[in-house]
Design a binder for this molecule. Sequence first.
Ligand code: GLA
Length: 387
Amino acid sequence: MSDGDAGRAATAFEERFGGGPEGVWAAPGRVNVIGEHTDYNGGFVLPIALAHTTRAAVARRDDGRLVVRSLQHPDEDADLALADLAPGTPSGWAGYVAGVVAELAGSVPGGLSVLVDGDVPAGAGLSSSAALECAVALALRDLLDLDLSRDDLVDVARRAENDFVGAPTGILDQSASLLCEVGAALFLDTRDRSTEQVPFDLAAAGLALLVIDTGTTHDHAEGGYRDRRRECEAAASRLGVELLRDVPDVAALEPLADGTAEGEVLHRRARHVVSEDARVRRVVDVLRAGQDPRTIGALLTEGHASLRDDFEVSVPLIDVCVTAALEAGAHGARMVGGGFGGSVIALVDADAVDPVTAAVSGRTERAGSSAPRTFVTVPSAGARRLV
Ligand code: GLA
């Protein structure tokens, strides 16, 4: 992210709309260090913001229309009356913009022009959709002088995704994009929304966080994500709690294992969630105490096994990457995001980035897939106005 990014979005806006934008806003994608599929169960998450962002150059207009252009989707322009915005209309990437605008429609009487540019890999489990929502939400808050906190914007962006686009996500991605800070992981209690910025300086410990984007796509709206949510709700209901967060430990899940196949599945799903919440707290304890971050590696790998075996949201190519990274010396590795494809993170010694990358690429190619796209990331800034 650089000033050049703001300039590029502003120039592209001017070329397409014939005048300059009123401002340019940026919001990052994320990786979650640990705490997967806990957010809709009222549990804990620990994301960091990526340096990769989505930029929105925005100006108000007076013809009652929403006009959206994207440098990444040049053939999918959206141009429609604000009054015609409705869940599913427009579809595709512009739906994320429209969903936010629809949420705030009462405050946007005149219309909007939006030019989107960005480098958050799409469909990689790195929250490109949340980055887009959050850039637009922050832009509207600032431009229209709306009395909304960043927590409010998290809700606006999440409702856009849930109600307008129709993806039943929790608040992990939007919280990460809006609330993360440079140099820290965001410890978020998704039930009471309390947050703590936990220092996460891997470079100082001679470590790096390697992101491995397998290039396999996921689809939350259609995929198993919805099923997992339903299973978690069913498990909570059988246990007589509102949310799985309320279960004190895995021993308290025993009643689920009632000898039926369904009970066995619900038991495993809930065991992932309850054990994952415990892992988040243990990782936070290590980081808060300033202990060697290498020690969180085992917890990351444990989290992956739980997602793979109990929650069943991993896929073979992701498992291949995790195994290859570990065998090449990573201290820990796991899938990130909703699953069914997407990306892996690996905690590696800084001087092991190249050999681990080579090992993972070699292994995926032998498994018949193209080499993944990889990059090292550091905890970066949350959503902000660029100009
Ligand atoms: C997706 C969703 C999030 C969260 C993760 C899994 O990224 O958007 O709300 O549920 O999956 O942790």
